[in-house]
Design a protein around this ligand. Structure first.
Ligand SMILES: *Cc1c(COP(=O)(O)O)cnc(C)c1O
Length: 381
């Protein structure tokens, strides 16, 4: 994909996004071990690996031994397929959660992608293609247990289970479902969905199952089935509300200070003049804004770090610029060219999401295209 401009040079970029591939791999290994030996962890790399770059992330995970990837759409599946096909030594399944959009079935089969079949319509189209190609075409059967988003109802799954010809054509490799409330371990939906999933699995004896995403893994072994589907936890997000985060942090976001200026008591900052200085102070303006995915809802609510000093975000976030209050920092700490850390060791994407009224997932997937990206792996560190 071409970018405008080429974000090639760290000196020309307003901010630097550092992605620690070793940490992603370590997180995957931790989860794979945690669910083992009975189950395995796949890697969910949809949404361009939650904004972090699917090409780099999937390659690192494949190197580490990840043998099954989940993406969201047919296009994501084709792109990942092209990437992994150059690696004949490392075969991995690519499973597409949306299933084939009407008309994309042949592309799927041609690229060896495995669709999640979410409805009887998708099943019947996949079956027809298998008939035309005169070979079974692997698939994943999705049974809804409480999300009411995608997936077969129980009665539909039951009729499928009685249709031997369709099952032979669609050659399921997995039966899956998805949890609605797994980030809250005490939520009654978790047990209810587990029971519904177990009932659905009894319709397809011998077929491996998959229920848990990141948070579901932490509900315990009952939820692990045969394959878990972590995304967020690979990228360092906190799997459970209100609990310590066992995952290694993955990203760091450093924004360049363009200007440092003094402000007098009574002067205001930014559009709408929503922040008024109560005393004489000092401001640092950095070169990131909502065009980079720094949500406008962080205005007067977010913060950054300069070294170990926490600096509040003042005024509104504008498209390309954001202002921090650096009053009273030791001399020489906030100078033009220095960096304010927006996501780092002292404050993760989950914290930024909370401050902006959203979740870490949205912070990551909103990360813009203007960052200079640095990927850390064994070779570069
Ligand atoms: C996005 C998604 C996942 C991964 O979820 P995380 O919470 O990021 O681990 C797993 N399964 C399905 C069906 C998804 O849509």
């Amino acid at each position: 994909m071409t970018q405008f401009p080429e974000a090639g040079d760290a000196l020309r970029a307003g901010a630097i996004l550092t992605v620690d591939l070793d940490a992603i791999v370590a997180n995957w290994r931790y989860l794979d071990k945690r669910v083992g030996p009975g189950a395995r962890a796949a890697g969910v790399v949809k949404g361009d690996a939650y904004g972090l770059g699917a090409a780099r992330v999937a390659a690192a995970l494949a190197d580490a031994g990840c043998r099954r990837f989940f993406v969201a759409t047919p296009d994501e599946g084709l792109a990942l397929g092209a990437l992994l096909s150059g690696r004949s030594d490392r075969v991995a399944d690519i499973i597409v959660l949306s299933g084939p959009f009407d008309g994309s079935e042949a592309d799927f089969a041609g690229a060896g992608l495995i669709p999640v079949l979410n409805s009887l319509e998708q099943i019947s189209r996949w079956r027809s293609l298998a008939g035309r190609l005169d070979r079974p075409l692997p698939s994943v059967i999705h049974v809804d247990t409480g999300m009411s988003r995608l997936g077969l109802r129980y009665a539909e799954a039951e009729s499928l289970s009685e249709d031997a010809d369709t099952l032979a054509a669609c050659a399921p490799v997995l039966v899956m479902s998805h949890l609605a409330c797994a980030d809250d371990p005490d939520h009654p939906m978790n047990r209810r969905q587990l029971a519904a999933f177990q009932a659905a699995r009894r319709l397809f004896p011998g077929l491996p199952g998959s229920l848990a995403a990141s948070s579901g893994i932490f509900l315990g072994p009952d939820w692990h089935a045969d394959w878990c589907r972590p995304g967020a936890a690979l990228y360092g997000l906190r799997p459970q509300q209100g609990k310590a985060n066992p995952m290694r942090p993955v990203i760091r976001l450093d924004a360049r200070i363009v200007q440092v200026r003094d402000i007098d008591a009574g002067e205001t900052v930014g559009y709408g003049a929503t922040h008024r200085a109560s005393r004489r102070g000092r401001l640092a303006t950095v070169a990131v804004g909502y065009a980079d995915g720094l949500f406008r809802s962080l205005g007067n609510r977010g913060w950054g770090h300069l070294g170990e000093h926490r600096v509040p975000l003042v005024g509104r976030v504008s498209m390309d610029l954001t202002v921090f209050d650096v009053t009273g920092l030791p001399d020489g700490l906030a100078r033009p060219g220095d960096m304010i850390t927006l996501v780092g060791p002292d404050s993760g994407a989950d914290d930024l999401g909370e401050a902006g009224g959203t979740i870490g997932y949205e912070i990551l997937t909103a990360l813009g295209r203007r960052y200079h990206r640095v990927y850390l792996d064994g070779a570069s560190s």
